[in-house]
Design a binder for this molecule. Sequence first.
Ligand SMILES: C[S@@+](CC[C@H](N)C(=O)[O-])C[C@H]1O[C@@H](n2cnc3c(N)ncnc32)[C@H](O)[C@@H]1O
Length: 343
Amino acid sequence: MERKKIIVGKKKKKEKKINVFRLILYFAIIFVILYFGIQMVRMVFIYAELSNEYKKTQSEFESLKKKLNAIEKERDMIKKMLEEKGVTIKNGKINYNYVHKPSKEQLQRAKQLAEQYGLIYKNRRHLKTNNIYFVVEKNLTVKVKKDDFEFFFHPSIVKIRMKNFISDKKDYLLNNMELKGNEIVLDLTFGLGSEALLISSQLNEGKLIGLEGSFPIYFVVKESIKYYPYKIKWLKEAQKKIEIINDNYKRFIRKQKDKSYDIIYCDPMFENPVFESSALNPLRRFAVYDELEPSDIEEMKRVAKDKVIIKAHVKDSIWDKYKFDKIDGSKNSGVFYGVIYLK
Ligand SMILES: C[S@@+](CC[C@H](N)C(=O)[O-])C[C@H]1O[C@@H](n2cnc3c(N)ncnc32)[C@H](O)[C@@H]1O
């Protein structure tokens, strides 16, 4: 019995030792698994956070890159514009020494025009003025400037009118002029010369004499119409048959002999101006605003052989003051031509 007891006691002792060891082992394994599990989960969260941050940074980087590209483009554009004006930047310093570099021809023409017209020649760099001044452009045409206003010659509007005339033979002025091609036409109000170019394009053997009362308009148009770089042949040819005089038509017409021109045309500034998309807008600042009187029309009738044509806005007072043989024009634009037949 005693032997049995000893065996039982020994067995019990052995079982206890194994359980503690296993327990420690299990704990250790569970601890390791838990530890690495937690670390793995943490790593997954950190990875997700980092990849989000990376994406954010990458998109910020892309947008900054785009902005930088835009700034660089703008910088290059400004640099080019400044360089064209002669301003250079070297080692962070701005060099204004050569703000404008006129060509030899420009300088020569500016000096020659100043002498011819009794004007004062000044280098653009030394120009400090609130007055009107004229500038000789690179293509040797001339423009006038005053404060922020400038006026220069350009034949854009006449090109459209000629296109319409060629396509459907519809131009109120040309149709009423009924030109044969050998007439001498007197345009009393030359302005930009658009209608004068249109008329003279139809004068194979004739010519057009234009009057302009405003010196700046006369000077700019006269000194540009021959130098303008025309791309269209008919315009180049038309300007050759034009002569421009700086005078007031009221004075000029009274000095002319009876029947000395075939057709007289007069297009004074409207009493009711049409501002919308008008090619005349830049001219307004420098124009003469004389009112057309019936006595002026009587003088025109004396000096013309074939006809007198007057242009005015439908709301202008000349239609009440004077009786024309024919009034023709566009109701849409409100621009009308009054015709007086002399033959
Ligand atoms: C309406 S614009 C003429 C536009 C012209 N038909 C054209 O096609 O370009 C009138 C022009 O006549 C000029 N003018 C007005 N009254 C004048 C006058 N009494 N003597 C000379 N020119 C005058 C103005 O200075 C202006 O340039």
